[in-house]
Design a protein around this ligand. Structure first.
Ligand code: NAP
Length: 280
């Protein structure tokens, strides 16, 4: 990707995928930084992931994002995986190298941590116990990024306990699991609460949790971004907590991807945030 005059094509593969704001985000930066390129939606059926990913190089594309439900299947097609993607066990970004080989990355954790620092530049993972609710794909990236940032104690709670126990094996010194029934009491003394479940999303019921035991100094974050303020975040705001919604994670995970494809490190500005917000 060294020729700055070459037209570069990237996109996002998923199914469904037309709801993704990634094309709007990357095309905004393409225009802003005067890059010769374009970014599109690529709806790909699960049985076609291998052919679609392998076709990136033949099509002359510089890479693509991978979204639900292809993050694991696409990973299996990579020639090289970043160490972080290996630990997370999923990719959200492919970079086609000059020799046509495919390198896989996972930038979800970077996006998540940056979204916290955007709201509080002094945020630290070792400020106290962190309660993580959920043990799906997003939880894995978030949990590993919190550990890498220096978290000392993570209380991991999932409706299906087995999945939490399996995820906790990434670092059993730091991560302790609790039952779903223990979620309210596990908030005692916590410095932060993260919702990585889908509860509170526009098509789901609110997350069922009582915040009484959570110190009001605790930061409350939700990966959900539709709606921007979930019932959890609304309750937390009313109690006086600093809150962080999922939009910042979505925007920030795109920074390293754009840089590796188009050679410019882009910025998440208020103008960009507003233009994406206007589409919700
Ligand atoms: P996933 O792999 O399907 O995991 C779903 C999680 O939600 C599991 O932990 C599941 O628990 C839990 N859950 C589902 N129904 C529940 C219920 N009724 N009560 C309690 N827990 C329930 O999904 P994912 O990919 O991790 O995504 C999770 C959320 O993160 C989604 O809302 C997604 O939109 C959001 N997300 C946001 C970003 C961003 O950039 N902001 C990025 C990725 C994901 P069980 O294991 O018990 O089923």
């Amino acid at each position: 990707m060294s020729d700055s005059n070459q037209f570069k094509l990237a996109g996002v593969m998923g199914m469904p995928v037309f709801q993704s704001r990634s094309p709007m985000l990357h095309n905004y930066w393409i225009k802003k930084y005067n890059v010769k390129g374009a970014y599109g939606h690529f709806p790909v059926q699960i049985d076609d992931v291998e052919a679609a990913v392998r076709g990136l190089s033949a099509l002359g594309m510089c890479g693509c994002n991978i979204t639900h439900p292809h993050k694991i299947k696409a990973m299996q097609q990579m020639d090289v995986l970043s160490p972080l993607a290996q630990r997370v066990g999923a990719i959200n970004c492919i970079v086609v190298q000059a020799d046509g080989s495919l390198h896989g990355f996972n930038h979800d954790g970077f996006g998540y941590i940056q979204s916290l620092k955007d709201v509080n530049p002094h945020w630290r993972a070792d400020a106290g116990p962190i309660v993580v609710l959920g043990a799906g794909g997003a939880a894995r990236a978030v949990l590993i990024s919190l550990i890498d940032e220096g978290a000392q104690e993570i209380r991991l709670i999932n409706r299906t306990r087995d999945k939490a126990d399996e995820l906790a094996s990434v670092n059993t010194q730091v991560v302790k699991t609790y039952t779903w029934d223990e979620r309210h009491a596990a908030l005692e003394g916590a410095a932060m609460l993260v919702n990585t479940t889908n509860q509170g999303m526009y098509d789901q019921p609110p997350l069922d949790i009582r915040l009484d035991a959570l110190p009001t100094s605790a930061l409350v974050s939700d990966l959900v971004y539709i709606p921007l303020e979930t019932p959890l975040l609304a309750t937390a705001r009313q109690r006086g907590h600093v809150t962080v919604n999922g939009l910042g994670m979505l925007l920030n995970q795109a920074i390293p991807a754009f840089e590796s494809w188009f050679g410019v490190r882009p910025e998440v500005t208020d103008e960009l945030r507003q233009s994406i917000l206007a589409t919700f």
